[in-house]
Design a binder for this molecule. Structure first.
Ligand SMILES: NC(=O)c1ccc[n+]([C@@H]2O[C@H](COP(=O)([O-])OP(=O)(O)OC[C@H]3O[C@@H](n4cnc5c(N)ncnc54)[C@H](OP(=O)(O)O)[C@@H]3O)[C@@H](O)[C@H]2O)c1
Length: 317
């Protein structure tokens, strides 16, 4: 089968470690399924694998935590977290299918049968492939961790990101008012066109303090996130595109009783609920671009350049 996989590793030039070529079709253990993949989407997790972390030391590592395809004649999306450590409440230390080497950027992917969920009918395969990681993460951040409800206000930092575009769309569908920040004027325009009420430059003062902040950027925006949260409000963080150590004004946190929630991926129940919400509101994930499998390296380069708006997708075969 043709697949995009990790060939070596490079901390400084991860895109150079992407290989596309023929690999043996994997065997299918009891309780697992061989899915004919049609599309995948890239995440920072793939970059970590290409940098030599977030993967097992030996064996071939097919890239891709996210994908949609066909199993037994049915169109399916793959829930990306391996069963095991995940309970109905806690997702901490989740292991992804791709962590084992069975990534989804391949003509055939072998995944647990229980991970297959029907694809929302209105979505293309590439659009559906966006849902497993970024969209599931955004769903859990907003609804499980922050308890978002209609009428609240949400600030989404870094509007162009995969998780950010998902959070903005899901919060809008849930009846919340969305404000975004982005470094790029073009991305701010696109966020407004997608339904945000206000798009600010990074660090620009919000007109009214918000109920919830969606943080994926890290130190570059965290202080602004704290300054933008109302008393009793919440900041939810799932990532740190600009580094893992941020300065916090603790006085502001405790005096204003601001909660900070960590969040990671989501449960299978949340994934099913996400797909239900996407179907109900006919939400279409924002896709930056779709390229053939042979061009995965270019998508990794685009992710690292920070120029994308929405998800970077791959069509298969
Ligand atoms: N814990 C989990 O389960 C989980 C799941 C998914 C992702 N993550 C993590 O969450 C983070 C975001 O993931 P993603 O897939 O959304 O990434 P992404 O698509 O690459 O988006 C990152 C966004 O961050 C913003 N950004 C980057 N550098 C910035 C800077 N110097 N100043 C201000 N903004 C900056 C950009 O927004 P603008 O260009 O619009 O400014 C960019 O669109 C990553 O760290 C990823 O590893 C964690």
């Amino acid at each position: 089968m043709r697949a995009a996989y990790v060939g070596g590793s490079s901390a400084t030039d991860p895109a150079s470690a992407v290989e596309v070529g023929e690999l043996p079709t994997p065997s299918v253990p009891e309780g697992w399924a061989a899915v004919e993949m049609r599309a995948g989407a890239l995440n920072m997790h793939d970059v970590w694998m290409l940098r030599g972390v977030a993967r097992q030391p030996d064996g071939v590592h097919v890239l891709g935590s996210d994908g949609a395809g066909v199993y037994d004649g049915r169109e399916v999306v793959v829930y990306p977290v391996l069963p095991g450590r995940v309970t109905s409440k806690v997702v901490a230390h989740a292991t992804l299918v791709s962590d084992l080497g069975h990534g989804l950027l391949a003509e055939t992917a072998v995944v647990p049968v229980g991970s297959l969920v029907p694809k929302p009918a209105h979505l293309s395969m590439a659009e559906a492939a966006c849902l497993p990681t970024a969209w599931l993460t955004a769903y859990r951040m907003l609804f499980t961790r922050a308890g978002l409800h209609a009428g609240q206000t949400v600030l989404v930092q870094g509007a162009g990101g995969g998780v950010a575009t998902a959070a903005a769309a899901l919060a809008t569908a849930a009846g919340a008012e969305v404000l975004v920040t982005s470094r790029s004027a073009e991305k701010r325009e696109r966020a407004l066109a997608a339904g945000a009420r206000l798009a600010l430059a990074p660090g620009e003062r919000v007109p009214d303090l918000v109920d919830v902040v969606v943080e994926t950027v890290g130190p570059a925006t965290f202080e602004h996130s704290v300054l933008s949260t109302r008393a009793g409000g919440a900041i939810v963080t799932c990532g740190a595109s600009t580094g893992f150590v941020a300065e916090l004004d603790l006085a502001r946190l405790f005096a204003r009783e601001i909660s900070v929630h960590g969040s990671t991926m989501g449960t299978l129940e949340e994934f099913r609920a996400l797909l239900g919400l996407v179907e109900e509101h006919r939400i279409t994930p924002v896709v930056d671009s779709v390229v053939p499998l042979a061009e995965v390296r270019g998508q990794v380069e685009r992710m690292l350049a920070g120029t994308a708006f929405g998800k970077l997708c791959v069509s298969i075969p």
